[in-house]
Design a protein around this ligand. Sequence first.
Ligand SMILES: Cc1cc2nc3c(=O)[nH]c(=O)nc-3n(C[C@H](O)[C@H](O)[C@H](O)COP(=O)(O)OP(=O)(O)OC[C@H]3O[C@@H](n4cnc5c(N)ncnc54)[C@H](O)[C@@H]3O)c2cc1C
Length: 446
Amino acid sequence: MPFLVIGGDAAGMSAASRAKRHRPDLDVIVLEKTADVSYSACGMPYNIADPSRPIDDLVVRRAEVFRDKQGIDLRTGIEATAIDPEGQTVCARDKEGREHTFGYDKLLVATGAVPITPPIPGIDRPGVMVLKSLAHGRAMKDFIDRHAVRKAVIIGMGYIALEMCEALRVRGIAVDMIKPRASFLPWMEEGLADQVRAEVEARGVGVHPGHRIGEIVQQGDRLAVVAPDLTLEGDLVIVAAGIAPASELAAAAGLQTSVAGAIAVDARQRTSNRDIYAAGDCADAFHVVTGQRTWIPLALRANRAGWAVADNVCGIDRRLAGVVGSAVFKVFDLQVARTGINADEARAAGLEPETVVIKSRSRAHAHPGASDIWVAMVGDRGSGRLLGVQMVGRDGVAHRLHAPAVALHAHMTVEQFSLTDLGYAPPFGPTWDPMLTAANQLLKRL
Ligand SMILES: Cc1cc2nc3c(=O)[nH]c(=O)nc-3n(C[C@H](O)[C@H](O)[C@H](O)COP(=O)(O)OP(=O)(O)OC[C@H]3O[C@@H](n4cnc5c(N)ncnc54)[C@H](O)[C@@H]3O)c2cc1C
């Protein structure tokens, strides 16, 4: 009986490839409902920004390579419709509507996530688009080219919304952003979020948080996003209002779900059924800082969880420590990074957070190219533990995050982190790295 995988992107293809590497004799079948497998969704905003690059540049490995070189029975254009855990079978439907049944010895659900489309009248109009799959990216890029888009409205202000805002501005398209919630980046310390907002506004983008959207209407050649006190027109409307785990199939089969409806898994990525695993954006994870279940849908975790499933299916006992929620993104010239939890999340987890916000420099004093770095660092008054770091700046932010991320994995106290031996040379930072300065300041308050 085969190792059957539902979903052929980051988590699913990582698992299928590694399982085949461990055991070339293993029968590995992957069901993927679209025509696309193994592509970099994360690269889509940057690809869309560049009209000269075909979107298929983002395909990391083509389906034929998985089939011909790796011996994976990869079936595209076939959608799993039901899982029968008792009978150990999966029902699926192909593009012609034919029904198929696949038996399995071990099953991996790697169905990813789906974009949230709020129930706004007119959200289904042509020209209102989401960006999740490669097909979405293809459609969006094609739409921008064919309709010579001059103006766009983005609903949402999360990282994908901000990356798309930059991509559109690079193409000379005017952008307005709108969302119902009043705060710009609610998870971020206000002082740091203000830096990001200022960067976006400095590029001529209209930033309109705190507006409940009533409807999307056709207004002449254009669409209009209508709120009670504001109407924003655009040739294109991008809905970037978040994602939800694609867990219906698993839930309908009786598998346990947890945070945000994600499929609950243990450290081995096993679901509540011992023969069924889940990995990637559809599955939850343990948060290393809180010890609680969390749902943080990002690419490294999806790939790593896929590997862990392959190991366990092939008899190698692999348990994952969990995630610390490290995430980085870029918006125009600003790098934005976070790891761990913020003060609100700490309080919700029963901790006693103390936060310090500092401004430091990315390179040594007066070194060419040095610029400001803002750091927010959170520690726990009770235990002295480091809980999280946020950072914003133009230089040296993204990779600087790795030090506190590792410290969180090691459950370090702020004091222990403040005593770590980080590297120094003028082109890379001040003698006291901004991470150490923040830790020293936080230590005084704990
Ligand atoms: C625009 C964008 C930018 C991003 N940028 C970053 C970034 O910078 N950093 C980062 O860490 N992450 C980023 N991400 C998130 C990252 O892409 C995801 O975490 C990752 O793709 C998750 O992989 P996955 O395999 O779990 O799910 P997916 O990539 O969603 O793949 C799931 C697959 O399952 C298939 N499927 C679903 N249901 C069925 C079914 N019933 N039958 C058959 N097939 C099915 C889907 O068609 C899909 O191909 C970004 C995402 C987007 C959209």
